[in-house]
Design a protein around this ligand. Sequence first.
Ligand code: SF4
Length: 675
Amino acid sequence: MNSKSIYLADLTHTGIVLSSNVFPLSIGLIAAYIKEHRNDITKCELFKYPEDFSQALEKRPPDIVGFANYSWNFAISCAYAKQIKLRWPETIIVFGGPNYGLATDEIKIFWEKYGDFIDFHIVKEGEEAFLKLFDTLCEFNFDIGKIKKNEINLGNVHYLGKKGIIIGESLPRIKLEDLPSPYLKGLMDKFFDGNLCPLIHTTRGCPFKCAFCTEGAEYYNKVYQRLDNLEEELRYIAKKVKGQKDLFISDANFGMFKQDKDKAEILAKCQEDYGYPKYIHVSTGKNQKERVLEVVQSLNGAVSMAASLQSTDTNVLENVGRSNISIEKLVDAGKKATTQNTGTYSELILGLPGDTFEKHKQSLRDTINMQFDNIRMYQLILLPQTQLNSPENRIKYGMQTRLRIIPRSFGEYKLCNEKFIAVEREEILISSNTLTHKDYVKARELDLTVEMLHNGGGHAEVRGVCNVYGLSWFDDIIIPFFENRRNFSPEISQIFDKFVEGTSDRLWNNEEDLEKDVAQNISEMLLDDRGTNEMSTGKATAFFQQFSQINSTVFLLLKNALEKRRLLNTTLVKYLDELERYSRLRKINFLEFDKNIVDSFSIDLECLEKHKYVITPDQIKLPKSKKFELLHSNKQQSLIKQYSKEFGFNFDGLGKMLMRYPHIHNLFRKSQAIA
Ligand code: SF4
């Protein structure tokens, strides 16, 4: 048999900036499995960028194209699949991934809508299913008409047969030791381009049953561990990686299992030998927090400890099947991680069943008081294959939803000189029987306030003073800022007005209307570097355009709170004025490192930084004013250069950078006394 060519595509949008900047691991694993078992009769190529994919298709259309189906690339994959079927009808189109509903109605609607250009859809794990499908295609000489006629049962595969939809039986779960490494097979070499970050897997599955998550399904509840060739793979990556030293790990509970200590040891050894990975993006475990903490601490600050609470309200957590995750233990470990300087974050979802504005506010108060450095705040997305996304639950919780464009996930592409548009969308909850739409919008504005003031540590100086004088950072500063957000200045007011516009206006009732609007406005959308993520735009505006004003406002609120408690005196006012000036000079135009900032201060700035701003003014008072230079270290300069390359200098890229890197405060200028 002639060798068959297979293109596997896990596409990212490139319209404004890269919407996904990680290596396409899922298709890499499938390609490695095919190469391991059918190397003699196949040639696999992998694609991430649409432009490369178009070029390859134009040059040599393959026998099979496999598309990874995620919510963030389904539309672009469909747009390509349609074009391919039109030009090369013999090419077989296979989709596979979690963005495919498994309820009878969802399956029916999917095949009615997409059956003209998708031949097969793989559900659940894909490696063995793809191999079996390939073997069946060979057996039937690539005549899919015959497969459809014979209604062949293909494990983990759905397709439209002659008489209806054929649903293949479920295959047993794959053992990870049976999966070869796509890196070691050289399949990922082309992606080491300095723009994409390597992604590896260390486990598959999750023991928890969260109703809003795909991995909460029973099929994924058994966790399979990976140990084979991890060390070899990491060393391979470390030698090849360009650009920033980040590593993404696909693992729902890193550090929770006993095998994770061995994995952490391998990672730490790699750090020692190659200085890589510097930052590891991974979800840490929800239970066994002592072990998670130990694992995190062994990785030299590369991993941020997560406490993915989603809500701190017991009733809300019960409604989504998370009552078996202990809040106390998560929080305790989070606090320990804070003291160990590993960086911590928590996650909250607005609008879970039973959620209200007050409960969400309390969840924010709790997580901020628990000292998490960053709070990641999400809206509830109704995902296929999740328990929450059922007609019964929609009625039970009175869920009102709308479609929105997935941030940065749209663009205009070209194949054989024909242009086409693709835009990704997701279904988000905008109200429920416990959360009115008005309260939903208000809660989102509070989220923006937390994003602007708390996340990233842009106002750590004020937070430090709150700690020293027994004030509450949340109730004395963040909440008054939120409540008066439209009273401070037109510029601050406008940040919130634009945010509300983005939250409420860019929503659609159905896919047709959304696509029509995007088609009419695509040119402006591609030129508008403010992007489609209102949270990141709001944060970037607050940070890059209105920092001085917000900084002064936050200091004013601090003075008011101190005054109310009769703690303010002339010395303290003078100190706060100096602190405000210092805070501004550290961060203003902070991506410019050729500026020579020199100013006089009567406080010891170096000592202030050493104590992370938790120090009384008299402890750092200098006998007489001294000159300090505020500057970026060489290390900071090189990080800024790397980030600028990754995210670009446009507004959307800057916002993405602020949201993506919780340790952004490490890039603020530091002081140096001038002798
Ligand atoms: S949300 Fe996290 S813990 Fe819950 S099922 Fe999904 S992966 Fe597991």
